[in-house]
Design a protein around this ligand. Structure first.
Ligand SMILES: [Fe+2]
Ligand SMILES: [Fe+2]
Length: 342
């Protein structure tokens, strides 16, 4: 079987109305045309799952550029090492909304989650989600998840130059976060190639979300970090459910599926620990780190406190925030814990 790039959907989908497409997204089954809206994604992905062609013969979606002189281009931000034990300790958590700003942030996240669940046909429970549905959701969410870090980092960069003040190390973590989210997206895209409808949704979501987050961060960076913290709580929840569904045998195609090369290199996945389940453990751990980082940043003085995730401590023997999973604090570190009593 010769697996090439996704078949075009353009001759199928223009005939469908937006309502029909949404119904298909919702999985209502009320519309019965032969191919679903994400047919490109499904075909490519299914073909790859069941292909008898060697992976090396697949047409690469976005191959690494081969040049005469350059051997490789390693990631600008090497991923910290996570042990399996640490990744298993990652848990679902919720930080209680205390202030008005927290409540606004949590309300936005709940509204977004409700809308996305509806649009992507997400349902929790035995066998309600298939590999395909999860993959669609993961790709869409990861494409949006890479926005806040780079917007916040960009604004802090401009703020630092404009006010002629130092940034205290925040920018690095924010840019690194969006880099990491983009790696999640690229990893999923190595397993499935979205069709034009998904691309359109991503474009629309990015256009709206980028601008909304940009304006919101100017008004209240603290609320924005809290918002990302709550959003990441949801990401940890979703990936935990995906792992549980694999363990319960509800996602048979994912059980033996191997992580793509891009992921093996980025996370330094050890031999024998390179399945889809292992990959989801890494991604969930990353999301838990974003959850902790943003909840912690939301607790700090936005203009004056140093970023505790890139700082060196006077007493390194005491637990403190770091890039790895050594000291996990799902609901974030309080200001006094990291800055000390002033
Ligand atoms: Fe992510
Ligand atoms: Fe995330």
């Amino acid at each position: 079987m010769n697996c090439t790039r996704t078949l075009s959907t353009s001759n199928i989908l223009p005939k469908q109305s937006a309502a029909q497409v949404l119904k298909v997204l919702n999985g209502s089954g009320a519309v019965t045309f032969s191919r679903p809206a994400f047919v490109g994604l499904q075909q490519q992905w299914a073909a790859r799952q069941f292909s008898t062609t060697k992976p090396s013969n697949w047409k690469e979606f976005f191959p690494a550029k081969d040049t005469p002189a350059i051997r490789e281009t390693p990631p600008a931000w090497p991923h910290p090492v996570y042990t399996e034990e640490q990744m298993k300790q990652v848990e679902i958590a919720h930080r209680e909304a205390k202030s008005m700003s927290d409540k606004v942030a949590v309300a936005f996240v709940r509204t977004l989650r409700f809308g996305l669940d509806l649009a992507s046909g997400y349902r929790h429970g035995n066998g309600k989600m298939t590999e395909r549905r999860y993959m669609i959701r993961n790709i869409f969410l990861e494409s949006v998840a890479g926005v806040p870090g780079i917007v916040a980092g960009m604004l802090r960069h401009l703020h630092s130059m404009r006010k002629m003040k130092r940034d205290n190390g925040w920018m690095e973590s924010l840019l690194e976060e969006s880099y990491n989210e983009r790696m999640h997206l690229l990893t999923f895209l190595k397993m499935a190639e979205p069709g034009w409808f998904m691309r359109l949704m991503v474009l629309g979501a990015q256009g709206v979300f980028f601008n909304a987050f940009f304006l919101a961060y100017i008004v209240s960076p603290r609320t924005c970090h809290r918002f990302v913290g709550y959003l990441e709580e949801e990401a940890v929840l979703t990936y935990t459910r995906e792992i549980e569904d694999i363990d319960a045998g509800r996602l048979p195609m994912w059980e033996k599926m191997q992580a793509p090369d891009i992921a093996i290199k980025y996370w330094n996945m050890p031999e024998g620990k390179r399945t889809m389940r292992d990959l989801l453990l890494y991604i969930r751990a990353d999301e838990s780190k974003h959850r902790e980082v943003n909840h912690t940043l939301g607790n700090l003085d936005q203009n004056n406190d140093p970023n505790p995730y890139v700082s060196k401590y006077k007493d390194e023997s005491q637990p403190h925030p770091g890039k790895d999973l050594k000291h996990q604090k799902p609901t974030g570190w309080d200001r006094e814990e990291v800055i000390g009593k002033l």
